[in-house]
Design a binder for this molecule. Structure first.
Ligand code: LMR
Length: 334
């Protein structure tokens, strides 16, 4: 890795998508193997941005001369409709997609999307440490050759819309952008609203032009993508988890020497732990940033929140067969 710091490189990529390829390779020394890490989030305060840069910095320092990780944030290399295919083809080596995006590879990941299954991120982290949670890290190894390196928490999700939402009935008839998750689609339908699956990079424009009326996301995504600018307000529903699978391909891992693989996996473990330890503070800071920037947040009474729980709970039953009762019970009881 040349002296040009990776942080500068990723910053340059954030603001100048056109020069992404030239900037990235110039940061690596001749002879170093370039490892491309593509993701879709942006800004400087987002948990995934920080964790991805931290991983790159660590590998580039500790495995200097061997590997050179280059991070492409903000969908500058691949958007979320193409990144898994790119990993299959070997056009990228590292990703951290939302767990809601794996439906076509393994429906079991739907457990992470079940509304109100996790009370908070600590609860979700406990589940990832159970046998069922650990098994899911490798659920796509046999059919796609994808290998989970760790779960990165991102935050709980909140609804925003172009009108104030206090009860689920306020959302009736509205269109909501969702990720490509059947569970999320069912959840929106249960509210009497219409789900529209869409890539993350298109959400701001779709909210601004009225293609959709609302969306659901974490404080960090709502702040760094400025969704609050084009929504009436955000409602603190806390209804679902957003977490990522930090992942690579079996082909890439197998191509490393045993010693390099061990070092690479050890760095991945350390960075995963650090990311999950600091995510709550990042979310809280970005909630405050939204308010500072003029965004409005609606809080709910316990009674109001219960109406969201009651409206969405039937979704669990619908996906019990796909996800497995054992996995749902392990998650709910973690
Ligand atoms: C979304 O599409 O809303 C999120 O998955 C984006 C992300 O990666 O946080």
């Amino acid at each position: 890795m040349k002296k040009l710091s990776l942080a500068l490189t990723t910053l340059a990529l954030t603001f100048s998508a056109g020069s992404a390829f030239a900037d990235s390779s110039s940061a690596c020394d001749a002879g170093e193997r370039i490892v491309k890490f593509s993701h879709v989030t942006g800004g400087t305060t987002h948990p995934k941005v920080v964790a991805a840069n931290n991983f790159a910095d660590r590998v580039n320092k500790e495995m200097n001369g061997k590997l050179c990780v280059v991070v492409y944030p903000n969908s500058t290399l691949f958007g979320d409709s193409k990144e898994l295919e790119a990993l299959l083809l070997g056009d990228v080596q590292l990703l951290a997609p939302s767990l809601s995006k794996f439906g076509s590879y393994s429906p079991k990941y739907g457990v992470f999307d079940l509304p109100f299954i996790f009370k908070d991120m600590d609860h979700a982290i406990r589940f990832t440490k159970t046998e069922e949670g650990k098994d899911l890290l490798m659920a796509m190894e046999d059919n796609a050759g994808f290998v989970g390196l760790g779960y990165w928490m991102s935050g709980m999700k909140y609804f925003s819309a172009n009108k104030k939402l206090i009860l689920p009935s306020d959302a009736e008839g509205l269109k909501f952008r969702v990720q490509t998750s059947d569970v999320a689609k069912s959840m929106i339908s249960a509210m009497g609203a219409s789900p529209q699956a869409m890539a993350f990079s298109e959400v701001y424009g779709a909210l601004q032009t009225g293609v959709v009326d609302g969306q659901e996301n974490t404080w960090s995504n709502i702040y760094t993508k400025k969704f609050y600018e084009v929504q009436d307000s955000i409602t603190e529903t806390n209804h679902q988890l957003l977490a990522y699978l930090f992942m690579t391909s079996k082909d890439f891992l197998d191509s490393l020497s045993a010693a390099d693989r061990e070092q690479f996996l050890a760095i991945a473990d350390t960075v995963t732990q650090e990311a999950n330890e600091s995510v709550k503070a990042k979310e809280a800071a970005n909630r405050a940033n939204i308010l500072k920037a003029g965004g409005k947040i609606n809080t709910l009474t316990a009674e109001q929140r219960q109406t969201w729980v009651d409206t969405m709970k039937p979704v669990w039953k619908k996906f019990e067969g796909d996800i497995g009762k054992d996995v749902i019970n392990a998650a709910a009881g973690a």
